[in-house]
Design a protein around this ligand. Structure first.
Ligand SMILES: [Ca+2]
Length: 260
């Protein structure tokens, strides 16, 4: 739960950082909306560290005064949407606008979500990017070179074909459903682990006292390693990380032993 809250806080700050105000423009031209789903690469080590949960951003950009849009998201049947942001706020002209986003995922179809995006403020002539965060859990059997697709859908939960986009024109609310949606599908690609230095428990590219402390905590059962960390810290290659390995890393730090 704490991890999810942290991810939410991180995503919220990214959303605020990515929002921008552009100049006013009023037009009767049919607006375009672009929905793009991130194409993400993760290493096996990153997957193990994040419990196979991968953050994916869904970015929505409007060119005119969009009122609302609905669309579906579907990922591989072996994956599920663990979490999708449900509400956020955007800043325009120095004011906060409420952007309501609700997501419905079906208990028997966890790899599917229906997104409803709407803004409370009816007159909004701005070019803005809005971002949804989805946490996609991929199977723990994932292997390097696996690809899990995340696709944009127009099919609603009731299996209706729906491409629902509402706009305002001028100063009167006038809804239409014939705008254009340009979409880019996303994916999660699994990569081989990067090479790590022997003894680099923290995987930060250098061997120092932090690696000794981390390894000692693992030896004492107060912390844990992923398989990549075990591989890189099992200095005497006896299959486990123990006090002898911790000592070897210490000797490396003080210059008594060369590990790499
Ligand atoms: Ca290190």
């Amino acid at each position: 739960m704490l991890k999810k809250l942290f991810k939410l806080a991180l995503a919220t700050s990214m959303i605020f950082n990515s929002l921008s105000c552009a100049s006013l423009s009023v037009s009767a031209v049919k607006p375009d909306v672009a929905v793009s789903i991130d194409q993400v690469s993760v290493t096996m080590h990153q997957l193990e560290s994040s419990n196979y949960e991968v953050p994916v951003f869904i970015r929505l950009k409007q060119t005119e005064n969009l009122n609302s849009i609905e669309f579906g998201l579907e990922t591989d049947e072996n994956c599920c949407f663990e979490f999708i942001t449900e509400n956020t706020q955007a800043q325009a002209y120095g004011e906060m606008l409420n952007l309501e986003m609700s997501c419905v995922s079906s208990p028997d179809r966890m790899n599917y979500a229906w997104v409803t995006w709407a803004q409370n403020e009816p007159y909004f002539y701005d070019e803005t990017s809005n971002i949804l965060l989805a946490i996609v859990k991929i199977p723990e059997t994932a292997q390097p070179d696996d690809i899990y697709y995340i696709n944009y859908l127009t099919q609603s939960p009731l299996n209706q074909e729906k491409n629902h986009v509402w706009y305002n024109y001028g100063t009167k609310t006038h809804y239409t459903t014939d705008g254009t949606v340009n979409f880019t599908n996303g994916y999660i690609q699994v990569l081989e682990d990067e090479e790590a230095l022997q003894g680099d428990a923290t995987l930060d590219g250098k061997i120092d006292i932090a690696d000794v402390v981390y390894t000692t905590r693992v030896v004492l059962g107060k912390d844990s390693f992923t398989s990549l960390q075990i591989k890189t810290c099992d200095i005497n290659q006896n299959g486990i990380v123990d006090a002898m390995d911790s000592l070897s890393i210490m000797e490396c730090v003080v210059g008594l032993l060369e590990l790499n």
